[in-house]
Design a protein around this ligand. Structure first.
Ligand SMILES: Cc1cc2nc3c(=O)[nH]c(=O)nc-3n(C[C@H](O)[C@H](O)[C@H](O)COP(=O)(O)OP(=O)(O)OC[C@H]3O[C@@H](n4cnc5c(N)ncnc54)[C@H](O)[C@@H]3O)c2cc1C
Length: 386
């Protein structure tokens, strides 16, 4: 059988395990972590204990050695409860396994939820355009000496080990962007929180590097290879971002269906009004199509195919349609949806946050343009890095 849309019984069982886990271990702390903009350490440790931070990591390092489908299922199910924890699950799994050079001991600790990896690439003048970065690393003896400032770094402050992109001068005088492993507590590193609108417990920080020294061996994936290393992860992580948004939207739609079947206005349940039921099923239709696309992207990654186009399509459409679905569901709850109690306003804020991670909506469209029309039609030189 060549085409099969079903999950295996084992994958269904795993989905139920994660759904139950998320409701039991993550849900009780979500509102408080959002309110206080506090890293969900309790959930991180529990995810580590449950094996959810090492889903795709090899067994030899303490991982589960599953494929990307299990990771997609986990992200989707955790996102039904909390997008920040789903982001953390997605980031730790993909960073640890798809970026080489962290070291086996570090990966073992990440899988247990004792160390937290993050990537610091964005700068004030280098967000979508990664090449425009100013952070540099000069070589002195057998050390890199790093200077610069990164912004919008997920899991900072709080993260323990960073992958930092920096321009390193080559022998020919030209500089190439290198991905360097830097402990967050290295002398010369300082970070402060950037208060954000959504996914508030995942935390976003400014990180300063002042003459930070690390051994030249601390390269992630080869000197001058930062872009290639980042690209290798994006085709997976963008599908996971899509599933992160879709998990939240699906949960809100499911809850709203229950609500409109009960909530009476003018003497009848509002679900009888087609101005309510039609948008609900239209959103459900778009969410279902996007979900198929996100899993198709993961399937292409499993098969070793280039998933850039599908991952880009899945990310921009899933997040856009999830935001629209959650907005309409919020309206269907009346003013109750606008209040904090139901948590729908938080889902709305959280999913907006996902638009930026790993590249904006426009950058996703540029990637699809590149794949479908050709690089010369992107309207930029060099790239659309994200
Ligand atoms: C929740 C969250 C988590 C993040 N996590 C990380 C992280 O862990 N590490 C990290 O390094 N960064 C992280 N980022 C930063 C993220 O990668 C950047 O926000 C993103 O790459 C866009 O960069 P920018 O915000 O500087 O926007 P800019 O690049 O300045 O873009 C501004 C606007 O112009 C649009 N635009 C840019 N170029 C084009 C073009 N050619 N055509 C059409 N439109 C264009 C963009 O879509 C955007 O709307 C995170 C951001 C958020 C919000």
């Amino acid at each position: 059988m060549a085409l099969d849309f079903g999950f295996t019984p084992e994958q269904d069982e795993f989905r139920m395990f994660v759904r139950e886990f998320a409701r039991r271990e993550i849900a009780p702390h979500v509102a408080e972590c959002d309110e206080k903009e506090q890293m969900p350490w309790h959930a991180i440790h529990k995810m580590g204990e449950a094996g959810l931070l090492g889903i795709i990591a090899p067994k030899a390092l303490g991982g589960q050695a599953h494929d990307y489908f299990h990771l997609g299922i986990a992200v989707e199910e955790i996102a039904r409860v909390d997008n920040s924890c789903a982001m953390i699950c997605s980031m730790q799994n993909t960073l640890a396994t798809l970026i080489p050079g962290w070291g086996d001991d570090t990966i073992r600790e990440v899988i247990k939820g004792r160390q937290l990896l993050c990537i610091a690439t964005s700068e004030s003048e280098a967000g979508s355009d990664v090449s425009n970065m100013a952070t540099n690393a000069r070589i002195e003896g057998n050390e890199f000496v790093i200077n610069g400032q990164k912004i919008h770094v997920s899991l900072m402050p709080g993260g323990t080990i960073m992958g930092v992109t920096a321009k390193v001068q080559q022998g020919d005088g030209k500089s190439a962007i290198t991905f360097i492993r830097v402990p967050a507590d290295a002398p010369g590193v300082s970070s402060i929180l950037m208060p954000e609108m959504g996914v508030r417990s995942h935390q976003l920080g400014i990180v300063n590097f002042k003459d930070v020294r690390v051994p030249v061996e601390h390269v992630l994936g080869g000197r001058g290879q930062a872009k290639a290393v980042l690209y290798a992860r994006w085709n997976v992580s963008r599908c996971l971002s899509a599933l992160n948004a879709l998990g939240a939207a699906q949960q809100v739609i499911d809850d709203t269906i229950e609500f409109v079947k009960k909530k009476k206005v003018y003497g009848q349940a509002i679900g009888h009004f087609q101005a309510i039921s039609f948008p609900l099923i239209e959103h459900a239709t778009r969410i279902e199509s996007c979900r198929l696309m996100a899993y198709k992207g993961l399937w292409m990654n499993v098969r070793g195919e280039n998933a850039a186009k599908v991952a880009g399509m899945a990310k921009w459409s899933s997040i856009t349609y999830s935001i629209q679905a959650i907005f309409d569901c919020l309206q269907m709850h009346g003013a109750g949806g606008y209040l904090k109690d139901l948590g729908i306003e938080r889902r709305y804020r959280d999913v907006i946050g996902l638009t930026f991670t790993g590249g904006t909506i426009n950058v996703m469209k540029l990637i699809v343009v590149k794949e479908m029309l050709g690089a010369s039609f992107m309207g930029i030189s060099g790239g659309g890095d994200g």
